[in-house]
Structures are given as structure tokens and as C-alpha cells.
Design a protein around this ligand. Structure first.
Ligand SMILES: Nc1ncnc2c1ncn2[C@@H]1O[C@H](COP(=O)(O)OP(=O)(O)OP(=O)(O)O)[C@@H](O)[C@H]1O
Length: 147
């Protein structure tokens, strides 16, 4: 699918919010500036979050909880993770018990962590629009694709 503008990336994130369930994992892959944070922003907006959404690069995990959002969501950026042991300390399994995860730079985690998830790749095209490709585990059957 082609995303023609920042607004289209945001809109897709908002649609994703409508189908999001506890335990969902969304992996966002793409080069710097591909639109990963924009998509996460749209998702958070769709979940009801009204404030600014910072890039989680510095915090690594940015947690959003009700009532600001309809479903708790961890916005994760694995970019700065170097030691796999650090990942265990993030408590992602606990978060997934009643919430969802959307993560940038997911390749820092084992592939097996994402096989049940929705794995999205964003690429910058020559005309500056974005190409989105995806794979999704069985949990996403009948929910995705949404447009
Ligand atoms: N579909 C689109 N078409 C054109 N520009 C877009 C599109 N989606 C997002 N952008 C723009 O791309 C820029 C980078 O977006 P964003 O910060 O979300 O990327 P990122 O992948 O999170 O980057 P980084 O890895 O550096 O954090 C922003 O200026 C945003 O407006």
C-alpha cells in the first residue's frame, strides 16, 4: 500500500487503533525518517491520546495508560539496546497481559517474538511517498488489512 502523505500515515495509525486488542504486537521497520513514529502517533491519537507523542528513542519504552488511552500501549524503540539482557528488564510480557506494543527497530528482538504480530515495513519512495508492506500472524486474520 502507498501512503501519499504524513496525513495518510497518521490515518492508517488511527484505523489500526480501531482493531487493536490486548496482547497485540506491532513491529515497525524502516530507515530513519520512514514514518515509524508518525504511524505510532496516529495509533495513539486513535486510542484517544491527545497530547504530543515523543519519539521513544531516549526513554526506550514510553507507556500510555487509560484513561488517556482506551487500551494501554507501550511505544518502544529498541534502537539503543545493545545487550539482549536489557530487553528482559523492559517487562514487555507483563505489558502484553492487558495491553499492546508498537515497536521501532524490532530487529533487536528475536524473530520469534514477532511471528504472531503485525510486522510493518515502511520505505521512502523517490517521490517521497511511503510504501508499506506487511506480514501478519494468525491473530490478525480478519482484522488486517484494514484498507
Ligand atoms: N506517507 C508519508 N509521506 C510523506 N512524508 C511522510 C509520510 N509519513 C511520514 N512522513 C514524514 O516523514 C518524516 C519522518 O517521520 P517519522 O519521524 O515518523 O520517521 P521515523 O521513521 O520515526 O524516523 P526516525 O527513525 O528518525 O525516528 C516526518 O516529517 C513525517 O511528516
Amino acid at each position: 500500500m502507498i501512503l501519499q502523505s504524513e496525513a495518510a500515515t497518521m490515518a492508517l495509525g488511527k484505523q489500526l487503533a480501531d482493531i487493536l486488542l490486548p496482547g497485540d504486537k506491532i513491529a515497525l521497520t524502516g530507515t530513519l525518517g520512514a514514518g515509524k513514529t508518525t504511524l505510532a502517533r496516529g495509533l495513539l491519537r486513535g486510542l484517544g491520546f491527545e497530547d504530543d507523542v515523543p519519539s521513544p528513542t531516549f526513554a526506550i519504552v514510553q507507556q500510555y495508560e487509560p484513561p488517556e488511552v482506551r487500551l494501554s500501549l507501550a511505544h518502544v524503540d529498541f534502537y539503543r539496546i545493545e545487550d539482549p539482557n536489557e530487553i528482559q528488564e523492559l517487562g514487555l510480557d507483563d505489558i502484553l497481559m492487558d495491553g499492546a506494543i508498537i515497536a521501532e527497530w524490532p530487529d533487536r528482538m528475536a524473530d520469534s517474538f514477532w511471528t504472531e504480530g503485525l510486522q510493518i515495513t515502511l520505505e521512502i519512495r523517490n517521490d517521497n511517498t511511503r510504501q508499506l508492506t506487511w506480514t501478519a500472524g494468525p491473530a490478525w486474520k480478519d482484522r488486517w488489512p484494514i484498507i
